[in-house]
Design a protein around this ligand. Sequence first.
Ligand SMILES: *Cc1c(COP(=O)(O)O)cnc(C)c1O
Length: 489
Amino acid sequence: MGGHPLYLEPRLAPRLASLLDSPGLLYTLTDALGSPLNVVIPEQTADNLEQFRSVYSRHHLSGQVFFAHKAGRSSALLRRLAATDAGVDVASLGELQHALGAGFTPDRIIATGPKNPDFLWLASRTSVTVSVDSARELDQLAALVGTYALPRARVLLRLSGFEASGVRVLSRRSRFGTPVEELGPLLEDVERHAGTVEPVGMAYHLDTTSLDEKATALEGCLRALEECRRRGLRPRAVDIGGGFGVNYLADGAQWDRYTTELTSAVLGARPPLTWGGHGYGLRSEGGTLRGSLGVYPAHRKVAGARYLDALLSHPAASLGGRPLGTLLVEHLYDLHTEPGRALLDQCGLTLARVLEVREQPGDGAPLLVRLAAKADDVALEEHGVLMDPVLLSRPGGPGDERPVAVHLFGSLCLESDLVTRRVVFLPRRPEPGDLLAFVNTAAYCMDFHVTRAQQQPSARKVAAWQEGGSWRWCLDDQYWPTTPVGVTQ
Ligand SMILES: *Cc1c(COP(=O)(O)O)cnc(C)c1O
């Protein structure tokens, strides 16, 4: 493959960088526990929470940061958050049980998402706040509370389909939440169930990077709260969901160059950059570029807590143009957030051992590299996150520093088991036995898509922390907030 290597180097915060700087430990761990192997870093999630908290302080806002459990299954990360003042947003019976077992008290838990009766029952039995998706779900909840003589249920009313000044619908369609135009009937329902449910706030969650869309939704919630007051109801929180995002890449210029070259490749103006000419949503029709790049914006200037800051500073176009954060403060409303991905930023990595490196016929054709991991164990591709793995030098390994282009395959007996459809450039040729570290996989990647296909093992998970200048670790489910201290005693 001619030309310069097109790297997409991951952004590495100091902890992840330090862990990658300890290849001896990572080789020992995979020797002992197998490949693939997930490593999580509990201290990092506590730091990420602090960043959200400092944005709350800067805007003088009260309210809770609820970690969206959906993003990851690690017990260590959840238990570390339980030792902070964070809350947790659970979206299944299992997640609720996990959160209760990790030490979250019900006042720190919100139940969201699609709910079956068992989930609703345990949530209301324990007085967890329920983010109600529809009038139907509200009726269901009210019936449960009545039937089982449960405490009055605290509910957030999740809305969707917000409009900007009646011009056009600015927020995308969602299958969750009550459409805002049905707010009136929903509130009548709330009033009818006054003995069994207590409305505590309005909610939305939009899976978008657009600040305008989110601002429109927040304004919609503020208007809905006004409508509640008019009716004598007293909810006083806005839950703006998650979707604050992560900046995955170290270098915005690499991202720009890569996407430009990918476009050229789709148009046939340079050698392919993907397996089978896949275009990530782009295609060429008679030499004209069509479609749009359907991937995660891997390099983001504003993500995570800074995105929240930007949203709160955003003018409320339909409410006099003052910043949204100011309006929340003036009304003494609580702001709830549900970051998933952003709270797990830099909180983990997935290690995979190289099993085979094969040449392809053709001058400069990418090497075929097979890993001891399935595509689903990494799942960056599943989320459209384009980012290179880090090739870890085996202690005492070879030092030939010539870049190579590779295709990364998983271990399934399946043509489609590609860890990524991209041609990946590595700074040197990998050898069987080498480790590749896919970093920043704690959110949605390392355990969301895991299968036991072909009876292959699913990755084990360990939690790691720094102590006196070196890294210590334990199995993920052995980690408790007391662990790092406990082992030194
Ligand atoms: C998925 C989800 C979140 C978290 O989204 P992120 O993009 O991971 O921040 C929060 N709230 C709800 C209701 C969700 O469905």
